[in-house]
Design a protein around this ligand. Structure first.
Ligand code: HEM
Length: 507
């Protein structure tokens, strides 16, 4: 009993201490912008935002009620801003030195990428590294990997052949498939050659380890309020550092082998690391090896989830599936870019299910965010710029932006790839690199691998839809939805990432 009393007193004392610190550092800049009521002082609207099932249950309703700029309550009564207004989004994405990731996320990125990882480095160093790495991610470079992608796609296909006519959890096929794509196309290694511990760590890091929970929401809020808190001592950070160490060791081996082959006048291979070495960029061998972990982590689940959502939606719509299959069967050239329906499927999967559905940013100085159209404050004042203070949190609503009916056409909440071919989509000014979507974000930190991902999806969708049909499992209810894990992922009502589909091999 005494223990209970002591514990309760301690909990109250900690809460009062946090409240006092928060009140002393409270910012007022977003208070005038209308937004939803907060259900809780501790969590504000943050659980509704991050952990709703399905993802967006509250966010998309707020979008309809308040428009594309509104205020939310953060943890401990703070105010945050949510934007999907195009001009505001563009401003946030272009000013990467002013709007940074949350301190907790930056620490996690550092643990996973290390001091030389492209996702960690900032300012001039980032610009230098990006420019040099980009050489291996241009349209012409990515075209050179097409055969490697097709080999990976065929391997996924032969794995599925063994399970034809049965119900398969498609996540168990596509996830390893996209890991194999990075291993083979970037590193010239088969997935079997990867260190088992590294594969295991990556699955934790990309799965359970990065799942949003009430504790992770609180940890994130505390790290933003008190950046000096050293949360990198948490056990999860140890896993990230271990994964990086193993990945960098693998990357170093690969680079050394390829550099030695080049020196002996031998062919180092057609993979991405060999391409980088041959191009003689300003990158050192250590620079390249240091990107191994970020490429494995950033390129695996993102692509796998997009592909899986696409297949699930086609299982729900057999007629559309057949239309796309016909187009794939009629393919006469080797270029996937000439397939409007296949590419519409990719764009629609990215639009409806953006891996990073929500991007959180923290202002590092007092500044203003310009808006496309003015909004009314609660006092009835019209403003077309929103002042933000150092430390303010701003969310870029990627998923919300991609459900704006003025841009994407009627019924933006419906998965409908045909919108991309019948003129319903209005492109507007360019923010994102691909079809103006924000799924790869935009600005100087746009996804480095977006062309790589698009070609990977083109080859895998073509191979799978060309050879198999996918249907919902007859004896299971169609109750799967999108939920925020490390990235947006399919989930069953028990929170499990499973997508059981009946797969039939077409002869
Ligand atoms: C459908 C697939 C993919 C999606 C939706 C996606 C999305 C994203 C997003 C949203 C970011 C920005 C993260 C942030 O700054 O908040 C990002 C960054 C990045 N992505 Fe991707 N990605 C995909 C596939 C890939 C692939 C296949 C690779 C590599 C082969 C890759 C490599 C990277 C790298 C290196 C960065 C960091 C760039 C930087 O900070 O300069 N991504 N990606």
């Amino acid at each position: 009993m005494n223990y209970l009393l002591a514990f309760t007193s301690l909990a109250v004392a900690v809460t009062v201490y946090i409240a006092a610190l928060v009140l002393c550092t409270r910012k007022v800049s977003f208070r005038a912008v209308p937004g939803p009521p907060s259900p809780s002082w501790i969590f504000g609207n943050m659980l509704q935002l991050w952990i709703s099932s399905p993802y967006g249950k509250y966010e998309f309703a707020w979008l309809k009620q308040y428009g594309n700029v509104y205020r939310l309550k953060g943890c401990f009564g703070g105010d945050c801003l949510m934007v999907s207004d195009p001009r505001a989004v563009q401003h946030l994405l272009n000013n990467v030195d002013t709007f940074r990731k949350s301190p907790l996320l930056e620490k996690a990125v550092y643990a996973l990428d290390g001091p030389r990882g492209v996702q960690h480095v900032q300012g001039e160093e980032h610009r230098r590294l990006r420019t040099a790495l980009n050489v291996a991610f241009t349209a012409s470079a990515v075209r050179q990997y097409q055969e490697l992608f097709e080999n990976v796609a065929r391997k996924i296909s032969s794995k599925l052949e063994a399970s034809s006519e049965s119900v398969v959890d498609i996540c168990q096929v596509i996830g390893p498939g996209t890991l194999a794509a990075i291993a083979e196309v970037v590193l010239d290694r088969s997935v079997e050659e990867l260190d088992e511990e590294l594969v295991h760590l990556l699955s934790i890091v990309l799965g359970e380890g990065t799942r949003q929970t009430p504790s992770s929401v609180i940890a994130n809020a505390l790290s933003t309020l008190f950046p000096q808190l050293n949360l990198s001592l948490l056990p999860a950070f140890g896993l990230l550092r271990k994964a990086r160490k193993l990945a960098t060791r693998l990357g170093t081996q690969v680079i050394e082998e390829k550099a030695a082959a080049l020196e002996r006048g031998m062919d180092p291979g057609n993979d991405l690391y060999a391409y980088l070495l041959r191009q003689n960029t300003t990158l050192t061998k250590e620079d390249i090896a240091s990107q191994t972990c970020v490429l494995l982590a950033a390129g695996t689940d993102t692509t796998a989830n997009t592909l899986t959502f696409g297949l699930l939606e086609l299982a729900r719509n057999p007629e559309l599936q057949e239309k796309i299959r016909k187009e794939i069967h009629s393919m006469t050239t080797s270029s996937y870019d000439n397939k409007p329906l296949l590419n519409a499927l990719i764009k629609e999967s990215l639009r409806m299910f953006p891996a990073e559905a929500l991007a959180e940013r923290v202002a590092v100085l007092d500044t203003v965010i310009p808006l496309t159209e003015s909004i009314s404050t609660m006092a009835g004042e019209h403003i077309d710029h929103i002042p933000v203070r150092k430390g303010d949190v701003v969310f870029i609503g990627v998923a919300s932006y991609q459900r704006d009916k003025f841009r994407w056409g009627e019924n933006p909440d419906k998965f409908d790839p045909l919108r991309w071919v019948d003129g319903r989509v209005k492109q507007g000014e360019a923010i994102g690199p691909y079809a103006n979507l924000l799924s790869f974000l935009g600005g100087p930190r746009t996804c480095l691998g977006w062309r790589f991902a698009v070609m990977e999806m083109q080859t895998i969708f073509s191979e799978l839809l060309g050879n198999f049909s996918f249907a919902l499992a007859e004896d299971k209810p169609d109750d799967l939805f999108a939920q925020m894990g490390g990235t947006l992922q399919p989930s069953d009502p028990n929170g499990q990432k499973v997508v059981p589909l009946r797969v039939t091999h077409l002869l």
